[in-house]
Design a protein around this ligand. Structure first.
Ligand code: ADE
Length: 368
């Protein structure tokens, strides 16, 4: 404190009288906590609408831990909307390799081209314009508006739903929750409020074992006062899981494996070992359809389990030999890829798991 600011002798700082003070200002409590406790994430120390757009899209279905290094690489390679728009879709999808849900990469690329054509290369500032871009729904539009542009807009993801439902001590239906979230966003600092809620949900107000003692909203949390934190929000009913088999072929030539690029549609643009979500007995038929040639199927060389929504998939990779050179009948393209180069391609989740199972398993049996 400088001399000029020194408090006069004997004076006291004003302390609110607890019995007459205002109801707690939620946004001030959360903002103070966020400023002191926010994780040091790369889209936070340097802010721009473009960086917010990229980070929010990456964070839609991928964990913060996975996103951090990939975000930094992505924005170093595509430095802004214009550079993204000037790249090819393939470049963008390749840079997205490993993050999954590749439609996000294709949408981001298309969105960049639209922003160049219609918005002078800027990230739009209205919900209507943002929602008109491919891949941007209510959540991402709200995050960009509030965090990047300081516009009063809500964004509700799973973390925010949990925090609000506990704060109010009740469950909300989807529409009610949107309305409540919108009502809570302050005029001033909407981005800090939204990011603070996300951060609180990710680090303190956890689904199990929340750290209520560390919570800046603990004193005003209804669920905490009523002892219902553990029950809120109520778990959503999930569709029953369905078990499925998937069979793929490991076809080798000079030490390289044959991969097919999936056509537009589900998992479009991603590479996989030729095959499909079919049992082994249907693999020959599938290879004939997709590669236009007959195949001899041998033993399984790798297996992996993965889930897509409510499907629990048991995938197997079988050694196989083709009767002639393959044709890209059911694929957008075919490629012979060395095993050590597989990781550099945007692979389907099944192909990624099968190739790592293969690389960590015993030496390959020779094809039939
Ligand atoms: N999840 C979604 N958006 C986020 C953000 N901005 N920071 C941390 N986690 C997030």
């Amino acid at each position: 404190m400088s001399d000029g600011e020194r408090m006069p002798q004997g004076s006291r700082r004003a302390v609110p009288n607890p019995s007459t003070s205002q109801p707690p200002n939620l946004s001030a409590l959360l903002a103070a906590w966020f400023v002191a406790n926010a994780r040091d994430l790369p889209w936070r120390f340097e802010r721009s609408p473009y960086r917010t757009l990229v980070s929010e899209l990456m964070l839609q279905q991928t964990t913060v831990k996975t996103v951090v290094p990939r975000f930094e690489r992505f924005v170093a390679r595509f430095r802004g909307v214009a550079s993204l728009a000037a790249s090819t879709e393939q470049d963008v999808v390749e840079e997205w390799a490993g993050l999954g849900y590749y439609s996000r990469a294709r949408n981001l690329h298309r969105a960049a081209r639209i922003m160049v054509e219609r918005h002078g290369g800027e990230v739009p500032r209205t919900a209507e314009e943002l929602r008109a871009l491919p891949g941007i729904g209510a959540y991402t539009a709200g995050a960009i508006l509030s965090i990047a542009h300081g516009v009063r807009a809500a964004c509700v993801d799973g973390n925010v739903r949990r925090v609000i439902s506990r704060l109010d001590g009740r469950d909300y239906g989807a529409r009610e929750l949107e309305a409540r979230a919108a009502e809570l966003v302050p005029e001033s600092g909407p981005g800090v409020w939204n990011e603070g809620l996300m951060e609180l949900g990710a680090t303190v107000c956890l689904p199990r074992d929340p750290a209520c003692l560390l919570c800046p909203l603990g004193k005003v949390c209804r669920a905490r006062a009523e002892g219902t934190v553990g029950q809120l929000p109520a778990a959503k009913a999930r569709p029953a899981t369905v078990a499925q088999e998937a069979s793929y072929a490991l076809i080798l030539k000079d030490g390289s494996a044959l991969l097919g690029r999936r056509p537009p549609g589900p998992l479009g643009g991603l590479w996989e070992f030729p095959g499909d979500r079919v049992p082994k007995t249907k693999l020959r038929e599938t290879l004939r359809e997709k590669l236009g040639v007959a195949a001899k199927i041998g033993a399984a060389v790798a297996t992996a389990r993965h889930s897509i929504t409510h499907h629990r998939i048991a995938a197997s990779l079988f050694a196989a030999r083709l009767s002639a050179a393959p044709l890209a009948r059911g694929y957008d393209g075919l490629n012979w890829v060395r095993m050590e180069s597989l990781a550099g391609l945007p692979l389907t989740a099944a192909a990624k798991k099968l190739s790592s199972a293969l690389l960590t398993s015993a030496p390959l049996q020779t094809p039939p």
